[in-house]
Design a protein around this ligand. Structure first.
Ligand code: SAM
Length: 232
């Protein structure tokens, strides 16, 4: 590992807007069910950016609407380091980062504690044997439906055609994973756009935010897709 990365990992322990839990399951996490009262000390809705990379969405959304609490969840420390620095430099106290694997989401958030989830350009894991790693697979949707409030939304931006179709199939109940059941009837598909920048429909301000990976995909001429669904 480079010296720079080691220094960044040491820095993370000192950053006020970073909570680090590595690869481990976490029991008795102190803010589970208490993010509003004990951590943020306000009642603003909680928005998660999952697999946030450098946290561009959490930061961009906070700039549009500061009256929410944003938590970027990501396992890679060097990416969180950049996001944390950027949020601090912009004075965005409502943006924080949680370093963990999304597999442990329900260790960190209580039932119905979260209002919105954003997932942007997650890895497509194209091998058929790795479908359970896709962040829009039934395995993960089952976690999201637990932590989301009723009426809470999941916003997904995708470049990859296979992952896009897979996500729609999961929501339609056509793709399941025996080991990880999920009752997808709790979700209602609200929007499904195959090419947001060229389909002629209005683009809400939040969809203008571009992450590091989105910029790379756009440079390659890829179409950006968007799926919005809600917990009933
Ligand atoms: C392709 S990058 C996208 C990052 C960012 N959303 C963007 O658009 O620039 C995927 C990110 O997901 C993170 N990731 C993938 N699976 C994860 C998991 N199970 N738990 C936490 N982070 C994960 C990776 O570390 C990586 O930073």
């Amino acid at each position: 590992m480079s010296k720079n990365k080691l220094q960044q990992f040491a820095d993370l322990d000192t950053f006020k807007n970073v909570l680090q839990y590595g690869l481990l399951q976490k029991t008795n996490f102190p803010y589970k069910g208490k993010w509003a009262s004990a951590y943020f000390k306000n009642e603003n809705p909680i928005v998660l950016e999952l697999a946030c990379g450098k946290g561009e969405y959490a930061i961009g959304l906070a700039e549009i609407n500061p009256n929410r609490n944003y938590i970027g969840v990501e396992i890679k420390g060097n990416r969180i380091w950049t996001g944390s620095k950027n949020a601090t430099n912009k004075g965005l106290q409502e943006v924080v980062f949680l370093r963990t694997e999304i597999e442990w989401l329900t260790d960190f958030f209580a039932d119905e504690e979260v209002s919105k989830i954003w997932i942007t350009f997650c890895d497509p894991y194209l091998s058929i044997t790795k479908k359970h790693k896709r962040l829009t697979s039934p395995r993960f949707l089952n976690l999201y439906q637990q932590v989301l409030k009723k009426g809470g939304t999941i916003n997904v931006k995708i470049d990859d055609e296979t992952l896009y179709q897979y996500t729609l199939d999961v929501l339609a109940g056509k793709e399941t994973i025996e080991k990880y059941p999920c009752d997808v009837s709790v979700f209602e598909l609200l929007e499904n756009r195959n090419d947001i920048y060229n389909d002629g429909k209005p683009l809400p301000e939040a969809l203008h935010i571009k992450t590091y990976y989105e910029k790379k995909h756009l440079e390659k001429g890829k179409k950006i897709k968007y799926i919005l669904f809600e917990k009933r």
